[in-house]
Design a protein around this ligand. Structure first.
Ligand SMILES: *Cc1c(COP(=O)(O)O)cnc(C)c1O
Length: 482
């Protein structure tokens, strides 16, 4: 007889087989692979051991507090933090960014309509924070080098310094992989009494090692005067299981508004440092176990590998006609552009057909669409295969010719006003866009193998329209099975 639950586990693993692989270094977005099976196993076992523990009350589960303080201490050393630094483990980069904005807003309770100044390349999590917390996001175009433009950022602050509670910069930005000029912005923010958050969610754990390996990294840590907080994801380049990030503050005073306490109800006094209240100890334990087993030496080795892979990809891509590296990456993210001979979305499809997931990035402003690669240490062993696949994919995309959207359809899409559309309009549009087969039968969970046509059509739509279409799509996917 089966053990209870064996059947469910079998089914779970069968379902999982349809997902993108999280190991092997061939999925170049969403997942980060150290390529070390033992480290993965240790992380998984720690998650399992702590799956039922509750981080709601660290005095009830003191081991969780110990692990959190250990992780913050490790990060503090990496990030050149002063002795006053404090930090919190959160559920992910978005929560770290949300809390940075919430804390900045609540540190200035007398500001009526708070605003924050962000470069146009800032992660979407900050626009989400603006939306959630009623903080106006002043979005400043980046320079020709894709980095935040210090003069424009400071001008934006000075347009209304009294209402400005935060300025954000990235180390590096997700879309282009470059580090903003933190040293030209943070001290100037400090001179105006304004907090400066460095979003190092994706770079915070590798850039310090890059510097140690002798690579050129512009200053971005707490060593820069005026940097008041930094977010760093453990579930990215610390290669920890999903569900952990760190938010570090320069002083306890900077963290104070992040706490929420409520004693004025008949239950337990609620005291939270993060958005979650009950929270699994699993991710924290998983991250702690991975960081302890890799240690400083392990991360230095993995950083050596990932940067070797990045350099090989940059050099190899430069040799492929039809594509180019958008800008030399400061970190582990590579953005590829294409010329008129090949369509970037078709290249992504062709890569997927060859077992490589690379991520399409839509056009933005007057910049054309690009291809994103988050390189992992595990990618190094397959880097020749990756470049061969890329060369073949570019050739196949060139042979297939440009993806053309019918001129009438294009004009129609460009003219659409998402606020004026009904549910029935969206049903029709989703079918026309190829995202949904039959509107009456509900959305099909399996997307078409080739997304280039869908992406080309979405790329024509305004960002607002794209958001509305994809929300309508997700809404139709998220329906209960009964
Ligand atoms: C990934 C990322 C985030 C958001 O992190 P999640 O873990 O996906 O919530 C924020 N900023 C940057 C630069 C990122 O790369």
């Amino acid at each position: 007889m089966n053990q209870p639950g064996t059947d469910a586990l079998d089914r779970l693993l069968r379902m999982q087989a349809a997902d993108l692989p999280v190991h092997g270094g061939r999925t170049l977005a969403y997942v980060y692979d150290s390529g070390l099976p033992d480290v993965d196993r240790i992380g998984r076992e720690a998650v399992a051991a702590y799956a039922g523990s509750n981080g709601l009350d660290p005095t009830a589960f003191p081991s969780l507090l110990q692990m959190e303080n250990d992780l913050v201490g490790f990060a503090a050393d990496l990030l050149d933090a002063p002795d006053t630094v404090v930090g919190t483990v959160t559920s992910g980069g978005t929560e770290s960014c949300l809390l940075a904005v919430q804390g900045a807003r609540d540190s200035r309770p007398r500001v009526d309509r708070p605003r924050m100044v962000v470069p146009s390349t800032v992660h979407a999590a900050f626009l989400k924070a603006a939306h959630y917390f009623g903080v106006e996001a002043v979005v400043v175009p980046v320079g020709a080098d894709f980095r935040a433009d210090p003069t424009a950022m400071l001008d934006a602050i000075d347009a209304d310094p009294d209402r400005t509670v935060l300025v954000v910069v990235s180390a590096p930005s997700y879309a282009h992989g470059v580090v903003d000029p933190v040293a030209a912005i943070a001290p100037a923010a400090a001179a105006r009494g304004i907090r400066c958050h460095v979003d190092a969610c994706i770079g915070g754990w590798v850039l310090p090692y890059a510097a140690r390996l002798g690579r050129e990294v512009p200053p971005w840590t707490f060593a820069v005067e005026g940097v008041t907080s930094i977010s760093v994801d453990l579930h990215k380049y610390a290669y920890a299981p999903k569900g952990t990030s760190l938010l570090l503050h320069r002083t306890p005073g900077h963290r104070r508004p992040q706490y929420f306490a409520h004693a004025d109800w008949p239950g337990y006094t609620m005291l939270n440092s993060t958005m979650q209240s009950t929270k699994s100890g699993g991710p924290l334990a998983g991250a702690w176990a991975v960081v302890q087993s890799l240690g400083d030496t392990g991360y230095e080795l993995l950083s050596r590998e990932v940067f070797e892979a990045v350099d090989a990809i940059v050099a190899g891509s430069t040799d492929i006609a039809g594509i180019s590296v958008l800008t030399p990456p400061d970190s582990t993210l590579v953005a590829l552009g294409t010329d008129d001979t090949c369509d970037p979305f078709t290249v992504c499809d062709e890569m997927a057909a060859r077992g490589w997931y690379v991520q399409p990035q839509m056009s933005y402003d007057d910049r054309p669409a690009t291809i994103h690669l988050s390189v992992s240490a595990a990618t190094l062993s397959g880097v020749d295969d990756l470049l061969a696949a890329l060369r073949q994919s570019v050739a196949a995309a060139a042979a297939a010719g440009p993806v053309t959207v019918d001129a009438d359809v294009a004009a129609f899409i460009e003219a659409l006003d998402p606020t004026a559309l009904t549910d029935a309009d969206f049903d029709g549009l989703l079918v026309a866009a190829g995202l949904v087969g039959d509107p009456t039968g509900g959305a099909d969970l399996t997307l078409p193998d080739r997304m280039a046509d869908v992406n080309a059509m979405l790329d024509l739509a305004s960002p607002r329209m794209r958001e509305a279409l994809l929300v309508a799509f997700l809404d139709r996917l998220q329906r209960p099975t009964r």
